[in-house]
Design a protein. Structure first.
Lengths: 196, 185
């Protein structure tokens, strides 16, 4: 996890590509099989997709694989993409699905994450932050990475990416009550970890 | 931030300050590119069979020559350790540098995906074409195995490392071209 966070810290200073104001032309060309157009879409969106995957997975190797899966699936599904939707949201949804598929394929313990799993999470993540008075963004990244997976997913999608409860429910299949509970739990754990 | 900021507000401030973008690994796009199947028959590039075969032979020849040079260079280094007999078994992952392990996994995923595509379209290819493709891929596999085997004896040799990576790239290129020979069913 420390490796993942150091990566975030290091790469955050890199000039990220600007998001396209209009991807329509590129999408249309990519739909027709133009790989160069798809590469341009990748260059425009990969930074946000990779950031999401890195935070969801808390592991750079897994994040890389999820990003790869996301863009390969996007290429395959692009003919079905509706032009009136946001490409970023659509890519994020594919990334979340890729993560969920991966979790389902893992062992039961890591696949079935519930609030009951994180009884000791507060104790776990308090130790992650070096000192209580250095509540910086890097500490927050570290603390988010140490959250239990389900709680982390809810926090990243809602608080970091800004998706609404309804959008997250559509992406993850979570019930509204479960999502609210996970978000509350995430904030509690993070505030405790950061000594806020 | 003021001293009276609530914990909730402070957490919101910190969250809002997180970077929204993180640059992905620079070698990610080539790995993705290798997995992209042709969109439609209109994009198929009909590669003559002889070019596939030639590409396979080129992989084998260049790989063997480069491996030989790399190994000889190591043998002629005064501080070189005596060469041990070659082991034909694949290099264990833990004996490879970590970045190469990650790269190999990515290549394996790309190769698997291309193989699946090729298998799906195999029936639309002439038997002679399938035979040519398979022969070329066997040659490519042999070149990869040769580079891996050499790397086992000299894990720090950057030339061998580059050679292994380029052999993977060539195999992926062969597979991609083979999938482009077959129209989508």
């Amino acid at each position: 996890m420390a490796r993942a966070l150091s990566l975030v810290r290091h790469e955050a200073s890199v000039d990220a590509p600007r998001l396209a104001l209009g991807d329509d032309g590129l999408v249309e060309r990519a739909r027709r099989g133009d790989v160069d157009a798809f590469e341009q879409l990748y260059r425009l969106h990969a930074g946000r997709v990779y950031a999401l995957c890195l935070r969801l997975a808390a592991d750079p190797v897994v994040a890389r694989e999820l990003t790869q899966d996301t863009f390969v699936k996007a290429w395959e599904a692009l003919p079905r993409f509706r032009a009136d939707a946001s490409l970023t949201t659509w890519l994020h949804r594919i990334a979340v699905n890729a993560l969920l598929e991966r979790r389902r394929g893992e062992k039961r313990r890591s696949a079935r994450v519930s609030l009951a799993d994180d009884e000791d999470a507060a104790e776990m993540i308090v130790g992650v932050v070096a000192a209580p008075d250095v509540a910086t963004a890097i500490d927050l990244e570290r603390a988010v990475g140490a959250l239990p997976p389900g709680v982390r997913r809810a926090f990243v999608l809602h608080d970091v990416e800004g998706y609404t409860h309804e959008e997250i429910a559509a992406m993850t299949g979570l019930a509204a009550g479960t999502l609210r509970a996970q978000l509350h739990r995430a904030r509690q754990l993070l505030m405790r970890a950061l000594s806020l | 931030m003021t001293e009276h900021t609530s914990p909730d507000d402070r957490l919101n401030e910190l969250t809002a300050a997180l970077p929204r973008e993180v640059a992905p690994p620079p070698d990610l796009w080539p790995a993705i590119r290798a997995e992209l199947a042709p969109r439609s028959a209109r994009t198929i590039q009909w590669t003559p069979r002889w070019r596939l075969a030639a590409a396979g032979l080129l992989v084998a020849a260049s790989s063997s020559i480069l491996t030989l040079f790399a190994v000889r260079a190591r043998e002629h280094t005064p501080a070189a350790v005596a060469v041990t007999p070659r082991d034909t078994a694949p290099v264990a992952e833990e004996r490879l540098p970590a970045h190469l392990v990650v790269a190999e996994r990515a290549y394996a995923r790309s190769i698997d995906a291309l193989w699946r595509t090729l298998d799906e379209r195999r029936d639309s290819l002439a038997p002679s074409t399938v035979a040519t493709v398979e022969r070329s891929l066997r040659i490519a596999d042999s070149a990869i195995a040769e580079a891996r085997s050499a790397l086992e004896h000299d894990p720090a040799n950057r030339v061998l490392e580059d050679l292994l990576v380029s052999n993977y790239e060539r195999k992926i290129d062969l597979l991609r071209r083979a999938t482009e020979l077959a129209p989508r069913t």
